[in-house]
Design a protein around this ligand. Sequence first.
Ligand code: MN
Length: 136
Amino acid sequence: MKGKRILIVEDNDLSLVLLNDLLEVHGYEILKTGQGLDAIKLAQDNKPDLILMDIQLPDLSGLDVTRLLKQDDQTKCIPVIAVTAFAMLGDKAKALESGCDAYIAKPVILHDLLRMVDSFLSTFSRIGGQILLIEL
Ligand code: MN
């Protein structure tokens, strides 16, 4: 997946560094922010191939950010994987209702995350932006 661009939206510095390093080592180009509004601007300006979206952010929630991205013609085709600490029943449904394409619970198993990212990007390059929901 060399050259694919991933936007990481995560306000926890340690999580951000871990995700950044993991994905960079695998050849992805990384954009990152800890703020919801900044995430929208970065997505519009840079058109990442995939977004990893934390749900609890200091300004907008990741669900609201996803809703806004999915309403915007410029960004609606970018797949969004929600990464959330709320491992509660119903949160997955909330994430999917908000337009997230998939959901992964914290603590994230890095191997699972990487597999999900890889399969999203290869699916998207194969079928050109059609949404595929991946269950873990
Ligand atoms: Mn957070």
